[in-house]
Every structure is written in C-alpha cells, then in structure tokens.
Design a protein around this ligand. Structure first.
Ligand SMILES: [Zn+2]
Length: 369
C-alpha cells in the first residue's frame, strides 16, 4: 500500500487515550451503540491505520488538525487514565492449512471488547476465563497464500487499545478425488438447484453467533461406526466435473444405530431436506455447529438442550445416500471445516491451553501492507 502524500500525525497510545477522553467519543473511533440483536455483530469497526505501515501496533494515527485540537482539549479536561497492559494476541495454528479451524486468543486484562476483521467481515470475540476467544474456519477450497487478519481491542471507556494487522499463511492440502456413481431416482437430487435449496434451508441455523462456549474439552465421534469418507474429498458425480467437496466425514453402520451429540449445545434445527434427508444441527456456541444427516430418525427438536453423548438421532440413508451412513460436519462461522481436529485426531487449537507470551504476535511480525 502507498503511504499517503500528506503524512498523518502520529501519537503514542497514551496520548491518543487522553486525546480521546478530552475530545469525546467519535473523534478517533466509530461510535458504538444501536440495537444488539446479534451480540457478535459488533458496531465497533476496527480502525486501521491509514498509512498501511505495519509498525504501529502501539500507536494510533489521526489526522493532524483533529489530533492537535484533541490533545489541546485533553490537556485541559482529561482525568488521568490507568495504563492497561499491552494486549497479547495469539493466532493458533500458524500457518494454517485449508479446511482447518483457526483460534484467536487475546490476553487483555481490563479490556472491554475485542473484534476480528477477516475477509471483509468484522465480528466480536467472546470473553472466556479472562481471555477473548474467537474461532473461524478456512474453507477446503480457499486459495492458498497470505490473507490479512485484523485484530482490535477496546478499553472500558471505548478507547481502542490495539489495532493489529497480521498475515495468516494458508497452506494447500492435496485433497483426494472421488468419482461417485448415483443411479435411479437419487440421480435427480444431483441438480444444483436442489443442492442450493438444501443449503439455504440450513444456512440460517448454522451461522448464528451464540456468545457462549457451550462445550468443554474434546468432541466425541457421534457414531461408533468406522469412518468411511473424509472431509475435503473433491467429488465428481457420474463422470461429470468436480463441482463440490465433501463437507464432513462419514461414519458407516446399520440403519437405526445410535447418533450422539458430539458435544454439548442447543439444537438449532431439526428437519428434512431433499439432498441431506433427515438432519439435525447443534449450536455449540461461539459460531461452532455440528450437523448430522441422512438420518432414519431425529429424536430432538429445535431448542432442546443436549449434553455430550446424548442420543439425538438414528442412522439412516435418507436423501442422497448410497447406503446407511452418518454424514457429520462441523461448521465454524459459516464455513465447513475438517472435523478431525475437533475429535483430536489432528492437532486442534485449544481455547483453554497454556499460553507462552514468547509466542504472542509483536510489532515485528505485523503485516507491512
Ligand atoms: Zn458425507
């Protein structure tokens, strides 16, 4: 990014905090407020430094005239503010591969709110055990390469304590390719319009943002059956082009065998679509959902609170299925991710893990443009 011709005035964070208090809300930050129907949809948009120069984690940048006025008012009016410690930001893992879940952890004692800016969306993190925690998913077909992630932290008076922009490197995975033959009446279910209708039915029930972590610990496999298909497999049907990837993992078994909640949560949807057959979605909070499909029977209704291991459904072959099996998927902030890490069959970013401050992002590894 080009540095603007007119150099903005730079102030230390402490000066900016005082300027903010002196000048009143709105000078340096977008004012927050409004109705909070979606507790995660933050009204506070992270304010990136306009210079695009990455070495400003501990500073904020404001236009010269406004800042000078603000500082002058601040010196007359501001009450002294207690200095809050520098927030520490952890992005786990890094780099991240296609299909992986990313965890952002922020240690910011005394801070009020934190948010992420990722792929054009800004969303709040939730506070858990004195930390700010947020997950997001990388799509299996997301382009490999660097992607920018912004992190912002606000203090109790609405002051922005941190704006940090960093690069997440997405590494590619060699997904397998599978050619699947679908004959008979089920072939009609391959129509893209049917898939789209199916997706739009489920979408609202797996993209909410419940501001709690309903689960603790490792997710359990939802079935005793063997895993028969993996996440990410690129699929062609009846010799056609590859049009989609396998969005979850499949467990084989007999019709009627138990399907259990992989972890605790609240049932957000129970119903039927043509392509997925009978299904149930559990909201685990923090934008994390699990979905269970092709069921012969659904045993819970929307709104039910389920505990890890509860019987919620029975395996079947409804919808587009070549035989009885459970299709199980994990959705993180609207993206279907690889479920294996959630079962700890691959490395998983644990929100309760010990953090080593040496690993925190610092101004030396910020994005530079
Ligand atoms: Zn499947």
């Amino acid at each position: 990014m080009q540095r603007p011709l007119q150099q903005p005035l730079r102030l230390s964070r402490r000066t900016v905090l005082r300027a903010f208090v002196g000048a009143g809300a709105g000078v340096l930050l977008t004012a927050c407020g409004g109705d909070d129907l979606d507790p995660f949809a933050t009204d506070r948009q992270p304010t990136a430094p306009p210079s695009g120069n990455g070495d400003v984690a501990d500073e904020a940048v404001v236009e010269g005239a406004t800042a000078q006025e603000a500082v002058s008012q601040a010196s007359e009016q501001a009450a002294p503010l207690a200095e809050l410690p520098e927030p520490l930001v952890y992005i786990i893992p890094s780099p991240v591969s296609q299909g992986q879940t990313v965890l952002v952890l922020i240690e910011a004692p005394g801070a009020e709110e934190a948010s992420l800016s990722w792929q054009g969306q800004a969303f709040s993190l939730l506070q858990s055990d004195g930390r700010f925690v947020g997950f997001f998913g990388i799509d299996a077909n997301s382009p490999a390469g660097p992607q920018s992630l912004g992190v912002a932290v606000w203090g109790p008076r609405g002051e922005q304590l941190l704006w940090q922009e960093t690069v997440i490197e997405i590494t590619s995975v060699e997904w397998t390719i599978d050619n699947i033959q679908i004959d008979g009446p089920n072939a009609a279910l391959l129509e893209p319009a049917i898939r789209q209708a199916d997706e739009s039915t489920r979408l609202p029930f797996q993209t909410r943002l419940t501001p709690q972590l309903h689960w603790l610990g490792v997710f359990d496999p939802p079935s005793d059956g063997q895993i028969t298909a993996l996440y990410g497999e690129q699929r062609s049907f009846n010799g056609g082009p590859i049009e989609e990837y396998h969005t979850g993992i499949d467990f084989g078994g007999e019709t009627g065998s138990s399907v259990n909640a992989a972890n605790s949560g609240i049932v957000s949807w129970a119903g039927r679509t043509r392509r997925r057959g009978n299904g149930i979605i559990v909201d685990h909070g923090a934008g994390v959902f699990t979905g269970y499909y092709h069921l012969s029977e659904v045993l819970q209704t929307a709104g039910a609170v389920v505990e890890q291991g509860d019987l919620i459904a029975r395996m079947g072959a409804t919808g587009l299925a070549t035989g009885p099996h459970l299709h199980w998927e994990v959705v993180v902030r609207g993206i279907t991710v690889n479920p294996l890490p959630w079962l700890r069959l691959l490395e998983f970013p644990d929100p309760h893990q010990e953090l080593n401050p040496v690993n925190a992002l610092t101004s030396t590894n910020l994005a530079t443009g």
